[in-house]
Design a protein around this ligand. Structure first.
Ligand code: NAD
Length: 371
């Protein structure tokens, strides 16, 4: 097991990553945050609970109150938050209660937001169950829900009191979810950790086979990277922006495809392909580095084909004609293991990067050889 310490101006807590944490959760939580209160709530989804409830409950002398959130972005809403808050009041929750968010990024974001608002804020613990939530969303204190107008438009910064990432629960994670989540680790390596890039190149087979030692190494390195960045810039006023590498076009793709055709990690992967193209054009990486990193991304694919018009993606980046005077912020890698934010990306540059990416995202058989 590895322990990573998060220390920001507003919070200090530990992230534990290793195999078998789930069956000893209660004593581990007591050790990390002190005696458990009278009312402990678990927010989870029915499918995760069906798979893992028995192991989860093993170490609790008294079972926590279980509250369910249906899976999917369409349930990451203010209405779900209200429902959970009301259930907590009716079940006797008070200011001393503890909430455990047990699930993927959606459960973590909603559960964290519920904890940030219930009785003006109670403590919560993240027990992430997807690869993405273990390496990314459970750490850093961003919580929130979607509005019909857009993703993550309502939320709060509210750090967990501890995070327990049990690699064992990844055993039941669908292959596509694992591969999509691994893109966040590829991202972590490219922007901040050259050794992680090399490890993910050399140990790809073991990682994709879900070898626990290989997964632990990737997960711990990714969390460490995120913790270091968040420790320096909790509220995303500077350095934390580099975590958005691949996200400008990635978010645009998600928006242009209605959040249905591709998973978040897959959208980020295509966004990284576009950003690497831009970086090579601007000379912050070499053609050889672009080729090496593209190969790594495709190795953790397959990435789904995209049938979306370039103009729609462009509009979603704010790179259409209406925004000619606006700032288009891009995170670009500088070599391998470093990155910076540029704010002067031009419309033709975004057009070229989008065209390049969509050329590689054609249905299989019509793509250029490397993808
Ligand atoms: N707060 C942050 O900093 C941050 C960062 C990145 C992403 N996010 C958010 O995270 C969300 C995506 O999270 P995600 O990728 O974890 O998706 P998710 O929460 O939708 O989980 C994916 C699917 O896998 C299932 N699942 C989860 N764990 C499982 C397991 N162990 N075995 C079998 N099935 C399992 C879930 O029920 C769900 O159907 C998005 O809403 C995104 O906005 C937040």
């Amino acid at each position: 097991m590895q322990t990573i310490h998060v220390a920001t101006p507003s919070a200090r807590y530990d992230v534990f990553a290793g195999s078998g944490l789930l069956t000893s959760l209660a004593p581990r939580m007591q050790k990390a945050i002190g005696r458990l209160p009278r009312r402990v709530f678990v927010v989870t989804s029915p499918e995760i609970w069906a798979l893992w409830a028995e192991r989860f409950l093993e170490s609790f002398p008294e079972p926590p109150v279980t509250l369910f959130l249906e899976p999917g972005e369409k349930h990451k809403t203010v209405a779900s938050v209200e429902k959970l808050l009301r259930q907590m009041v009716r079940a006797g929750g008070d200011r001393g209660s503890l909430l455990i968010a047990f699930g993927g990024g959606i459960v973590g974001d909603v559960g964290g937001f519920v904890a940030s608002t219930f009785m003006r804020g109670i403590r919560y613990v993240q027990v992430p169950t997807t690869f993405l939530s273990q390496v990314d969303s459970s750490v850093g204190g961003k919580t929130g829900v979607n509005l019909p107008e857009g993703k993550n438009l309502v939320g709060a910064f509210h750090h967990p009191s501890a995070v327990f990432a049990d690699i064992g629960v990844l055993a039941t994670l669908p292959e596509r979810e694992l591969r999509a989540g691994l893109m966040e680790s590829v991202k972590a390596g490219i922007i901040r950790d050259r050794a992680l890039v090399r490890f993910m190149e050399e140990k790809a087979d073991a990682i994709l086979r879900r070898d626990p030692a290989a997964l632990e190494k990737v997960i711990a390195a990714s969390i460490r990277m995120k913790a270091q960045v968040v420790n320096k810039d909790e509220r995303e006023s500077g350095l934390r922006m580099i975590l958005n590498f691949g996200h400008t076009i990635g978010h645009a793709l998600e928006q242009a495809t209605g959040y249905k055709a591709i998973l978040h990690g897959e959208a980020v992967a295509w966004g990284m392909i576009a950003a690497l193209f831009l970086a090579r054009k601007r000379g912050t990486i070499t053609a050889g580095q672009q080729e090496r990193l593209e190969k790594l991304i495709y190795h953790y694919g397959p990435l789904p084909a995209l049938s979306v018009r370039p103009a729609r993606v462009l509009a979603a980046t704010g790179g259409d004609k209406k925004n000619v005077g606006g700032v288009r912020r891009f995170v670009l890698p500088v070599g391998i293991g470093d990155a910076g934010v540029v704010e002067d990306v031009t419309v033709p540059e975004i057009q070229a990067a989008t065209t390049y990416m969509l050329g590689h995202a054609k249905p299989r058989g019509k793509r250029p050889p490397s993808s």
